[in-house]
Design a protein around this ligand. Sequence first.
Ligand code: MN
Length: 325
Amino acid sequence: MQGKVALEEHFALEETLQDSAGFAPEADWPELKVRLLDIQDRRLREMDANGIEMMLLSLNAPAVQAIPDLKTATELSRRANDYLAEHVQRRPGRFKGLAALPMQSPIAATRELIRCVKELGFCGALTNGFTQIEGSDAAVYYDLKSYWPFWEEVERLDVPFYLHPRNPLPKDAAIYEGHRWLMGPTWAFGQETAVHALRLMGSGLFDAYPGLNIILGHMGEGLPYSMWRIDNHNKWMREQNRYPAKRKIADYFRENFYITTSGNFRSQTLIDAMLEIGSDRILFSADWPFENIDHASQWFDAAPIAEGDRTKIGRDNAWSLFKLG
Ligand code: MN
């Protein structure tokens, strides 16, 4: 398929490069490094060769979210966003920006989001999971009430928010001890991000701000497959899930969430996701440079779905969600 849009596609600054080093074996690190630092060369050739018209670019992970010091996190966000804006400006028909945000402070994050959307022309934000904050060893999740003014602004600006994975903090990763292979994209990323998304759904956030659009990668981080059970568990018992939100979890999943195909190039999984959330809420993505663009594209272009669905997932949904026209 020609004209595809891909939206979980990353780059690194020299200073955030090392954050990605742990996700490649030593032998593959030189290749990953080159891919992360490139924007206008190899990346464009890969896009052209695989029918990708546009990429929405975001900083690698965890980067800003793993810097407890607010000032440092804020400065890094600004530098990364300014750098990205320069690259987008060189090829506005091929690249768009997703903002990195200093979520250490809801106020600083709001300010940077407004700057990115209004001054730099970015079309959304991508945050690498929970944030770390100076003076606390806890992971801070964005369902907390202190973040609601931030979400109010996200809704007002009407831009999507991509909740991208990161690994749990060591103190929250005891379950993986002795099984290091389960960290990262194998399992821990999805588990961590799915819980964060469920916290948002159950918190009542989407009752207060029904216009919010949250995007999850990796075919929804396992959530489509679990949606029925989350709402149904032990149905004969008198007391069901008690959470502040007013509606079923699946209602929020279907009305406030979009998912992408990033790093999960599997037709069986795509079809399940289509049955749960619908083809209007699925968007093509690769997860370059951690995944190959040709792997993503060759799979997607041949996936056994209707051509109308392919066009929506490959291009049209992104076009309208991000108002790319
Ligand atoms: Mn990614």
